[in-house]
Ligand binder design. Sequence first.
Ligand code: 26Q
Length: 824
Amino acid sequence: MKKSVKPKFDKDLFKRSVQYNVRTLYRKTMEEATDRQIFTAVAYAIKDQVVDDWMETQKRYEEEDPKIVYYMSMEFLMGRALGNMVINLGADKEVRSALEEMGLDLNVIEDQEPDAALGNGGLGRLAACFLDSLSTLGYAAYGCGIRYRYGMFKQQIRDGYQREVPDDWLSDGNPFELRRPEYTKTVKFGGYVSYHTDENGRGIFTQEDYQSVKAIPYDLPIVGYGNGIVNTLRIWDAEPVQCFQLDSFDKGDYRKAVEQENLARNIVEVLYPNDNHYAGKELRLKQQYFFISASVQEAVDKFMRSHEDIHDFPKKVTFQLNDTHPTVAIAELMRVLMDDYGLPWDEAWNITTQTCAYTNHTIMSEALEKWPIELFSRLLPRVYQIIEEINRRFIEEIKKTYDGTGVDVQEKIRKMAIIYDGQVKMAHLAIVSGYSVNGVARLHTEILKKQELKDFYEMMPGKFNNKTNGITQRRFLLHANPLLAQWVTAHVGSEWITDLSRLSGLKVYADDPKAQAEFMNIKYQNKVRLAQYIQEHNGITVDSRSIFDVQVKRLHEYKRQLLNILHVMYLYNKIKDNPDIDMIPRTFIFGAKAAAGYQNAKLTIKLINSVADVVNNDADVRNRIKVVFIEDYRVSNAEIIFAASDVSEQISTASKEASGTGNMKFMLNGALTIGTMDGANVEIVEEVGEENAFIFGLSADEVIRYENYGGYDPNQIFNNDPDVRRVLMQLINGTYSPDNPELFRPLYNSLLNTLSTAKADTYFILKDFRSYAEAQQKVEDYYRDQKSWAKSAILNVASSGKFSADRTIQEYVDDIWHLDKVTR
Ligand code: 26Q
């Protein structure tokens, strides 16, 4: 059934629809409506056009019965929908001109949309990119997540400090969502499990005296690029099961009713703003089970609506678990299969272990989810029972595998058990019960196999595989950087939009002076656009001819924003020592949110802003360096930032960044990377060549070796490197905080002496400082020759083809999911 549908767009209908929407939604004429109201009216008009394709796609799925992937994730960092949807509909030109005819500007309208910030950072944005690729490639997919009432907090910078402001993203409604009450599910918490045998002598487990919550799905359309395919992101809202019944007003019922109502009210209230850090909060576990139970129930119900035999489930359904956060899906699927469908353990286990697959996104031990047994069993008594049984059987497996081999079996159990030491280890559950375990970049997967998950790899090597991350070029080039997108199309045609490997066709232009000049001019235009944004938002005037050196990502010690700003302090000292020093003007741009309770991270933000105050206002500097902290870094302003960047800062401590995906977005937009050999940087350098990047610092092996010997001694460096010593002293002598010289003492301590018990500089900042400063010097020297720079920048774009999420998703399909392609 192959017919390629050229998406049709009815311009007149669209215009009438916008006018009609403004009228019926707001009782206003076009002239009276606010920009925000016009956005909503336009969004509804676009959704109208999407709905036909959406229904058509779902009908096609019913006919063809393809295998479906359920991408289970606590986070989907979608950003804005309108611009992307218009592009993927292939309606950009028509919508733009239709609006122009109405005296409206699509860019202004797009700017009215709040970001859907249902995620923290990399893991959440990856989920969003994957959904875009799944639709574009024509695979049947559901994203399953939570409809948080408040998403990632909005960041305000006040007096240099971060302030968190609630993200009330639904206050004006969400024109793209569709409430689906007909698919409501009930989710049960607490109580106890009773056991009895039925007339056939089969054991029946029943959860009693529980509290329940209703889960109501909201669907968001995920439009494929130019193919008429529309998949669904299904996010669940919570509602209380029943209202008060005035006639049954005895005490027990009353308290229970109030508790249930509160549970429903709290559960989807807010996204936890931790990135790469586990906090063992009861409400977080409730969130996890809430959306997983609803999603698993719906997946099974949907399957049974069109199939006879539940044993065929893994042929038609697969669950991809985005880190361990949704891992309770394993036990929940077991529960549904056994308790609701009456399957015996072994049959349920066969189905479950052929259905679930797990992606690991971190090797940072503080991010591993370990739930106290007490909490877990109290909240999810039946699910806990099932995990206990999985654990019991797995320990038998370990014994069977290693008894009599000379291996210390008790040691294996201690290291590998799912339940141990009073804790439920979610990663172990995911590895043992899934058919695939993958890391997100080659180096990361190797570290998992050789270090963190070594015992599991030895016991079940066939499960382990790598899937290097990717990003969607539709959002991060076509939408974010229209000038460069047009330039690329002019040189290699427009196929790159769905086949990013086509960018390699640009390589022949890398040496061409005309292409170089055009490229540098486009970069300049984009820098002017970002400079305007900075002028408006920060009140800082930056030189669009300066090098734009950018580090935007979550704030975390392992990402080493501190290394970056210490280097700026060092450059400032150089200028003060030698006021006439020849330096190419450089603008150091930062953007980062810190988790609300992460003190060193928040203090690093304050330090960056304090350095900015001093450096930007010192006449001696004569604009050779500027420091800008962009408030509220998020998907929508990221699109402007990547397009305008010359230098991409990817400077994590080697071995700590699983992959990184910002690194790929910079590369795609022609920035040169300064970075460590970490995560996907390794593969970026492999693609573009080391001569077109600035690599520095310890290797992952070296870092791991130091760690195995208990770290290294930063005092050596402090005592022997006067530049480093000077910069560190400036953290505690009031240079950047005259009113309170002690302000940055905690950062100083994290790098140096500290208390005797704590380790110093665990992220090797001082160890890597010299080699970072040298790499930065090379950046400057290289930029002096605009031709070399332009050549390397073009080669970066040309070599970024591998890092499309389309490639990543195709690998997931080929090696893990085995989905069927659907065409329209
Ligand atoms: C866990 C428990 C309780 C509360 C929060 C969390 C939590 C939330 C988010 C733990 C981790 C995260 C996010 C992790 C993350 O974003 N990891 C990043 O994933 C990217 C996509 O694979 C990689 O590119 C990054 O290297 C990795 O850091």
